[in-house]
Design a protein around this ligand. Sequence first.
Ligand code: PLP
Length: 940
Amino acid sequence: MPRHIGPSADDVAVMLKTVGASSLDELMKQTVPDEIRLSAPMGIGEGWTEEEVLAHLRRLASQNQVMTSLIGQGYYGTVLPAVIQRNILENPAWYTAYTPYQPEISQGRLEALLNFQTMITELTGLDIANASLLDEATAAAEAMSLAHRVARSKASAFFVDAECHPQTLTVLKTRAEPLGITIVVGNPATDLVASDIFGALFQYPGTSGVLKDLRPFADAVHQAGGIVAVAADLLALTLLTSPGELGADIAVGSSQRFGVPMGFGGPHAAYIAVRDAHKRNLPGRLVGVSVDSAGNPAYRLALQTREQHIRREKATSNICTAQVLLAIIAGMYGVYHGPEGLKAIARRVHGLTATLAAGLKALGATVETSHFFDTITVQAGAAAQDILVKARAAGINLRDAGGGRLGISLDETTTAEIVYAVWTVFEKTAGQVESMARGLSAAGSALPDTLNRTSAFMTQPVFRSCQSETDMLRYLRRLADKDLALDRTMIPLGSCTMKLNATVEMLPITWPGFSAIHPFAPAEQTTGYQALFDDLERWLCAVSGYDAVSFQPNSGAQGEYAGLLAISAYHRHRGQENRNICLIPASAHGTNPASAQMAGMKVVVVKCDAGGNIDLADMREKVQVHAADLSVFMITYPSTHGVFEQNIREICDLVHEAGGQVYVDGANMNAQVGLARPGDYGGDVSHFNLHKTFCIPHGGGGPGMGPIGVKAHLKDFLPGNPAATETSLAVSAAPFGSASILPISWAYIRLMGDAGLTRATQVAVLNANYIVSRLSEVYPVLYRGSHNRVAHECILDLRPIKDQTGVSVDDIAKRLVDYGFHAPTVSFPVAGTFMIEPTESEGKAELDRFCDAMLGIRAEIGAVEAGRLSAEQSALRHAPHTSDVVTADEWDRAYPRRQGAFPEGVAFTTKYWPPVGRIDNAHGDRNLVCTCPDISEYME
Ligand SMILES: *Cc1c(COP(=O)(O)O)cnc(C)c1O
């Protein structure tokens, strides 16, 4: 526990003196309103040692049965190449990085994501792909929404092939309902009425394994002005005609089987790719190529203006945290194997499946699927349940597809022995398989001739350059060295809580007992996971004051959406479905209004006053005006302004009196754990960003987890198992979201215990107030709470500097790179400001290094202020400085070279060199390029 917290006891004493508080307790009394302060311990108990935590997690992992899961349904066994496991998944240089909003210090992960995007466009035969979505089912829902936005057809129904995975169908139904979209499920050959729909989704191959030519269906939909989406399996696409060639406008799917373990449901990266015409409607983050200040190519996030942080309820989606680390792994799997390697894997899987099918037929089984890639369905009739049981006894999970039908999906890990074992399960008399196998001749291809892929793919040099492990190892190292992550520096991003992701917390996620479990494995095989969820639910309730938790949402924004749906369902249950107004303060995170819009609510904005607090008069008025239709008030606490509002209880009461519910955005739990609980002061539901407060690393922009806690009255309206036919509400493809990263949060809470968690919060608040004490004289702090305190983060107002000197918030952010720092959050929630959140993990020395850098920068601004040089001439505007620039023969700048590269306090021995200079954003959006350069560009 003590190692999680940066400042030592002595440091804490010194820092308390600096901030002018006699003790941590006094500081908390000054900061957190008395009326909401928690008076008793949360009830988590004492912290355990690292060894105790690991021993317990090992026991839990061993209670999950690692079987050979041939269930398929979107999840497959896969081999994560060891060089990728060790050097990406287990390497903090990759997993502790943040979303690449500061592109100059993110070139490594941006290049890795560009590889992923390129691989996806190549395999799908479409023009442009984003840098990952959360899972296949939500990607399908994004495709539906995109189709709705862009289709010429103004019909209100969306056709879904009955061959889509069941979890995809449940999520689609959930997402369609609040938007007023009707879902029509059927067999496209008989049920597709193109004039009635604005779009259609087909699964390729189908969930039963069937492969059919989608061209006639695509033509029909297009003729009626509709949009065609195809959910496709990436490995199959190496052998099959691509969705783009079949007529798809959109392709979605999972990249899980490209090296990412099943993990009981996640995390994995989903993909979405579209035709060029739809690129400005593409949801999620998109990596593009631009140029830097020296005119060299450089990567950055493109088309940011479509996103929720800009467009709020008019954004293309609410996706914020996605699955960056997993997209990087899948992309590197593609880089390592190359197109030929991928084809070889696919051919082997297909060959084994064809052999499996031939043998089953020879044994007298009824194989329904005649054209398939890796999945077949067997009609076993009354014998189905016996076969399932016999298979389990042999260590194999088959899919129970209902009605006596059994699904069997093979994958990269399947061996001849496994095929033999499956035959044996279907054998009617002993010895039958042995004689059958002797007589079996080699099975040919079961891919339909009309769907054989003839187009080349992944011809770009990157997919041919790293096929030895030495080359791969060095490529990964080279990319990692370009980036700044928590393994090199503090990342003081307000609202994002970039705290320690302890190594011991990370160890269990690659243990097979957690990673090699299929999300739809029978419950009796996953008792270890169930025990872990039970603990975590109990603890999160203890931390938050709620009564129940759903682990299904796999990001904070997904949690918001799930929470808002629960609230809608609750109102409907009470006969008040008219309640659809969502009040949101002006300071809210962009995902709040975006999620409210997706949940079918109407957003009404509540003003903030001069102190950054909710404007109570405006709040009263809005509640009164909308009382009859008020559904929910969404509030972030402490506020995104970094302040504990004093009247939070009063605000919550106001909403409840009008019949509304209170959604407390839990992104700022890091300021509350052990001190105050949303469930106590008026929250009805909250999401917890486990990738913020509860130590899941950010992975460069995902994975995350956004479980929601609810009060008892909302418990019945939480999401259900997405794969169960009776479920009406599901927000993710897997029942427990990204289950395999939950051991990280389990370990954190268990290591810290009541006392440790509370001290972490106290020190997080101390660290933020320490920064205020050191910087506020030269950088005004925009908002403060009682006793002039801030919570766990603070906003520095840089607008006066801009007005007086022309030095912009970007200049300061980029100059921090020269000092080796990742900038704080820029221009959220207030344009022209920095929001700084140090977290409890940073020690005094690192806080001082950061404050010294900020003061050094202030001195440089002072020189501009004094008229010694202009903003344009200053090191600030030219930041960041590459080694190329400062070692050039020519130097005509108004400041010395040394100052450019080595500002005060930066040692030449530990200097971080940005690989590119300042990146031109406008150029990148005007000339949108989102794939790796083609070989032809190298030849030019
Ligand atoms: C991070 C954040 C969110 C969104 O969470 P994601 O996991 O990125 O979807 C919502 N609200 C606030 C205040 C946040 O800081």
